[in-house]
Design a protein around this ligand. Structure first.
Ligand code: AKB
Length: 317
């Protein structure tokens, strides 16, 4: 731990922001190098601007800091990905291949690769989707994530590179905003409720999707990465579940606290994406192999989100 130098690529994203803080708590400020394609005010401590499509730049920085672990979070998500499929493919796949190659060539000990429920398509069971379900995604994001899972396993089997991966459900958190996904409504709805505005949902009321609270997502990531190597049996990616819910269920949970909260449903192209995704996830493998267990259900998530966002908007006044 002490000699580790942990590089986070995409440190300014929804997950990256919170994961970077959690890794600093574990490894120390001086052992975590945050990076993204632009610097922001939140970037205190070690920071480098890295466009991970640039192999030489990434290689130089990994050498300069003697990086031992890489958390590669840079990606274009499902909804934004459909606006420019070829660019999304290039960014999502080229950055990962650069990370895997640089890691192999510089003896980086561990790599974390975030996959997603977006790997699943119409031919996967909708309820309790198993880890080894057939993968036929219909978004460029999902296609790139399946590709990445197979490259992760390839580098593990061919070069013994310790790449580990999770299939994140939609992440719900208050510290940072999501960026261009189909599950983003589950964060925006709380912001609108707290500022007293009506929420227009881009999914139908009964669209059930797997979600996870940010603290569970971060804990799962660190528990996976710190588990003994022998326990990691799946080298493509692990299903993890938090809680599944519909927009209607979130609105009802919010109304228990904000009685005059109102929501309208105006499905757009993202409904088509959500319709191809599972409604609930079977994460037996993660529970068996590295003792994964979620902690937060919808009412706990709602309580924390409303409390934290009220504080945030109070301070902003
Ligand atoms: C998205 O909606 O695209 C992401 C995901 C589920 O991976 N949040």
């Amino acid at each position: 731990m002490l000699n580790d130098m942990v590089l986070v690529i995409g440190a300014n994203g929804q997950l990256g922001t919170v994961l970077t803080t959690a890794l600093k708590e574990r490894y120390g400020d001086g052992n975590v190098l945050a990076s993204d394609i632009a610097k922001r005010t939140i970037n205190t401590g070690l920071f480098e601007i890295i466009d991970a499509t640039n192999f030489k730049l990434l290689d130089d920085i990994v050498k300069k800091y003697k990086v031992t672990q890489i958390y590669h979070l840079a990606a274009i998500l499902s909804a934004n990905g459909e606006k420019n499929p070829i660019l999304s493919w290039e960014i999502n796949t080229k950055t990962l291949l650069n990370v895997l190659e640089v890691s192999r060539l510089n003896a980086v000990e561990k790599v974390f690769y975030p996959s997603s429920i977006a790997v699943f398509g119409q031919n996967a069971p909708k309820e309790n989707t198993p880890n080894n379900a057939f993968l036929d995604p219909e978004t460029v994001y999902g296609i790139s994530k399946v590709d990445g899972e197979n490259w992760a396993q390839y580098y593990y089997k061919k070069y013994n590179l310790d790449v580990r991966s999770l299939r994140y459900p939609g992440v719900v958190g208050y510290q940072s905003l999501p960026g261009g996904g189909t599950t983003d409504y589950a964060v925006d709805i709380y912001h609108k409720a707290v500022i007293g505005q009506e929420f227009s949902c881009f999914l139908k009321a009964d669209t059930k999707l797997p979600m996870i609270f940010i603290d569970d997502a971060i804990r799962a990531t660190i528990e996976l990465m710190e588990a003994p190597k022998s326990q990691i049996k799946i080298r493509t990616s692990y299903n993890i579940s938090g809680v599944s819910f519909t927009p209607k269920e979130v609105a009802e949970a919010i109304k228990k606290n904000i009685s005059d909260f109102s929501i309208t449903y105006n499905p757009d192209f993202r409904q088509g994406i959500a319709d191809n995704w599972p409604e609930s996830i079977d994460d037996t493998k993660a529970r068996e192999d590295w003792n994964w267990k979620p902690k937060y259900d919808l009412s706990a998530i709602t309580e924390i989100m409303l409390e934290k966002l009220k504080e945030y908007y109070q301070q902003a006044i």
